[in-house]
Design a protein. Structure first.
Length: 125
């Protein structure tokens, strides 16, 4: 996914994109919104893999999230959180959210439990 440089390409102009400081002609330009959709769909499917882990092991998957400055209309709130909420409802995952930036996953006081405790999104701009 990263080799495709979706966001670099989403910020290109006139079919030209700059990747690592070098300009390229993009044969298939995308908008920033399209880049977000590609990443969102990928991220949602990646999140779905928790179901495969649960099926293979029989164990609930522990998910640890650090969310800071995520906007309501971007990847986490539009794609990942709804998927995590569904997986949580189905007993596939247990979701933890960091209360502080340097949260220690071994210290329960640094975390909240459940998708209902997700931090509020930054308003979409």
């Amino acid at each position: 996914m990263t080799e495709e440089h979706w966001y670099d390409r989403g910020n290109g102009t006139g079919g030209t994109v700059t990747i690592y400081g070098d300009p390229y002609q993009d044969p298939n330009p995308v908008s920033f919104g399209q880049a977000d959709e590609v990443w969102g769909e990928y991220s949602q499917r990646y999140t779905d893999m928790a179901g495969q882990f649960k099926q293979a092991t029989g164990n609930t998957v522990e998910v640890w999230c650090f969310v800071q400055g995520a906007k309501a209309n971007r990847i986490f709130y539009k794609y990942e959180l709804p998927e995590l909420t569904a997986l949580e409802r189905d007993g596939v995952v247990r979701v933890h959210f960091a209360k502080i930036q340097d949260a220690d996953w071994t210290n329960t006081a640094d975390w909240t439990l459940g998708t209902a405790t997700a931090p509020a999104p930054v308003p979409a701009s």
